[in-house]
Write a protein that binds this ligand. Structure first.
Ligand SMILES: [Fe+2]
Ligand SMILES: [Fe+2]
Length: 295
């Protein structure tokens, strides 16, 4: 089972050559499902939602799940933001919290946007428990999707995380979440929760995706998406970051992390020798400059 995790395309700021490269990459990979974890548009305008919907329709015909991000609420039209904040999103994509099942995988989308906050997001732990319990079949992988992350690669981005991350992580762990897919900071993160939320009863994997096609990248983090590969027989999973290579104008596998299921949840496996062409992972020394337009 392969799931392509895209995030933060910010239609309205998309780069046409990157859009074309992403369409080609997904056509080659042929994922079983495609997830987009929010900030679908730059300013929640009708034309931006229309362009985003056309892009989604152009991708391989597999189940797709989207969630809204903070940029999918109107920012400057205050009456609309307060009264009908998700009008544009719903018109293009339907309800803001959906679930998709493909094979033995259940993907549950959460809407963490707040009409009174510009960038921060929140989820009530009891709401997380309720929705996760509705897909509690233990034979299925359970994947949660929420725009704002539970953790970030860079310390300077921690204020961009969900409000109350520890309680939300607890709820997700208690409900048997295997992976949580997020975006928002335009800086990828491929990790398990062991060093982040040490006390969880069951550890899960965090897939943070960069911006898929927007020019709003940050230093050291080109356009990218994550590919999840879930192996039912061995209960292992691999996350591979595919990054846009400006020189060749294509998305290429950049680095990968493998995880194995233990009695107390998911554990990152020691790095295996890298196939040629794959790097060892993020170079955080390059990633110290805060980009004012991320989020
Ligand atoms: Fe965002
Ligand atoms: Fe964003």
């Amino acid at each position: 089972m392969k799931i392509a995790h895209l995030s933060d395309p910010h239609f309205g700021t998309e780069v046409p050559a990157v859009v074309t490269a992403l369409q080609a990459a997904l056509s080659d990979i042929r994922p079983d499902m495609i997830v987009v974890s929010g900030d679908i548009t730059q300013r929640a305008r009708a034309a931006q939602f229309a362009a985003a919907a056309a892009f989604i329709d152009s991708l391989p015909p597999v189940p797709k799940l989207l969630v809204p991000g903070n940029h999918d609420l109107p920012l400057f039209n205050l009456p609309l933001r307060l009264l009908l904040p998700d009008h544009g999103y719903r018109s293009a994509f339907g309800t803001t919290e959906q679930e998709r099942i493909a094979g033995r995988v259940s993907v549950i989308g959460f809407d963490a946007t707040l009409r009174l906050r510009h960038t921060r997001g929140s989820l009530r732990p009891d709401h997380v428990r309720l929705r996760m319990a509705a897909s509690a079949d233990p034979s299925r992988w359970r994947i949660a999707v929420v725009h704002q992350p539970l953790h970030t690669l860079l310390d300077e981005d921690r204020d961009e995380c969900l409000i109350g991350t520890a309680a939300i992580a607890d709820a997700l762990a208690a409900c048997g979440a295997d992976v949580v897919l997020s975006g928002h900071v335009h800086m990828p993160l491929l990790a398990d929760t062991r060093a982040i939320f040490a006390g969880l009863p069951r550890h899960f994997v965090l897939s943070g995706a960069g911006t898929a096609v927007s020019w709003r990248t940050r230093p050291g983090a080109p356009n990218s998406f994550n590919l999840l590969q879930l192996d039912d027989a061995t209960r292992r999973m691999t996350l591979t970051l595919h990054a846009f290579d400006a020189a060749t104008q294509v998305f290429r596998p950049d680095y990968a992390r493998a995880f194995a299921l233990q009695a107390d949840g998911w554990l990152t496996e020691p790095a295996a020798p890298r196939p040629s062409g794959l790097s060892s992972g993020p170079n955080t020394r390059q990633r110290t400059a805060r980009h004012p337009s991320a989020g």
